[in-house]
Design a protein around this ligand. Structure first.
Ligand code: AQP
Length: 329
């Protein structure tokens, strides 16, 4: 059976970019019958400074959003990364196989370190921990947003390198990048990914935003002066971005959306996008509020941690033995 692993960092409030590129796809994959592991990568979040109180709360929030969006803990394994020590342990083993040069070439590292020297060393080794997350569960498929493609390529390289040096230990995972929603850009600037850490609150719609805020943010989203709803990333990145958001939230195709707004301006188009976003988010928010502080959530996470630890144990042991670390079993 095909196995999927993916997660969303608890590094800020979730927005519709993470919904389109991750959450929405997680639910689809679960419903398509993949064996799913969805985790909260809290160890990844702390590669940049986090307020401990906020991190604590956000880890619960991300897990609660998984469930509120439709991930069913009976079908998928939901867990917090730091609850399963095998992730960090395999991360260390893989660091011994990763090259300084290849990590230095990672675009995300270059962006986040911003040419400074004062970043954490964990920011540099982050992609190796990500490789461990995936390989320790023998995932065959990883749904990723466009920006994670390079990290997944590194994961594949590390798996192949390790298997070659020490004998076949890991499955080499394939990325799944959906054609629509894998790269949702800021509402203020279609050249920048919609990101949790963007200080401009108008650049994103949060999953927790109220209907009036959603309407306001979408009506203020930048467009062009042409006035036609046409999907063309080269010529019309602002409008193409809005079409993708609409397609994700309405389930309609890009072509159907283009047809409907032929000869109609951006006003009604934006109103309909806001309606579609609100229609999806309102029930999600209500389920989220019911579960986020509940004992049920903690119990799902305990269960998930136990299942994930079981899934990881044999691969970790195999990797250690392959490398020649003394084992007593
Ligand atoms: N704007 C986006 N469009 C499509 N996919 C996105 N993802 C994130 N933003 C978008 C995808 O969601 C998954 C989880 O991402 P993450 O939260 O772990 O990390 P990130 O990509 O670094 O997200 P942010 O919002 O930019 O967080 P910060 O600002 O804290 O770094 C990934 O598959 C990602 O591609």
């Amino acid at each position: 059976r095909k196995r999927v692993l993916s997660g969303i960092k608890p590094s800020g409030e979730l927005n519709i970019g993470g919904y389109g590129g991750a959450l929405h796809q997680f639910v689809n994959m679960q419903n398509e019958g993949y064996d799913c592991y969805f985790f909260v990568p809290d160890l990844h979040a702390i590669t940049v400074p986090q307020d401990p109180k906020l991190l604590f709360q956000r880890s619960k929030s991300v897990a609660a959003y998984y469930i509120a969006a439709g991930i069913d803990p009976k079908k998928a394994t939901i867990f917090i990364q730091s609850h399963v020590a095998a992730h960090a342990e395999l991360g260390w083993l893989l660091e011994t196989q990763a090259h300084f040069g290849e990590l230095g070439r990672m675009t995300q590292f270059k962006e986040k370190s911003g040419g400074k020297e004062s970043f954490s060393s964990a920011l540099f080794t982050y992609p190796v921990l990500m490789a461990a997350d995936i390989l320790v569960h023998q995932a065959t498929h990883v749904p990723v947003g466009d920006d994670q493609k390079q990290h997944l390529e590194l994961t594949r390289d590390l798996a192949v390198r390790f298997n070659h040096r020490f004998g076949t230990t890991f499955k080499v995972p394939d990325p799944i990048i959906q054609p629509i929603g894998s790269r949702i850009m800021g509402l203020d600037d279609p050249a920048k990914k919609m990101s949790k850490s963007n200080p401009n609150r108008n650049s994103y719609v949060l999953l927790e935003d109220r209907p009036d805020e959603i309407r306001k943010k979408i009506s203020r989203a930048v467009t062009d002066s042409e006035g036609t709803v046409r999907y063309d990333w080269e010529a019309k990145p602002e409008v193409s971005n809005l079409i993708e958001i609409y397609a994700v939230f309405s389930g309609e195709s890009v072509a159907a959306i283009e047809r409907r707004y032929e000869g109609i301006g951006y006003g009604p188009f934006k109103q309909d996008i806001a309606d579609a976003v609100i229609a999806k988010l309102a029930p999600m928010q209500s389920r989220f509020n019911d579960i986020v502080e509940s004992e049920e959530l903690l119990s799902i996470l305990r269960d998930g941690a136990r299942k994930a630890a079981e899934s990881a144990a044999s691969t970790l042991l195999k990797a250690k033995q392959a490398m020649g670390l003394l084992s007593l079993n």
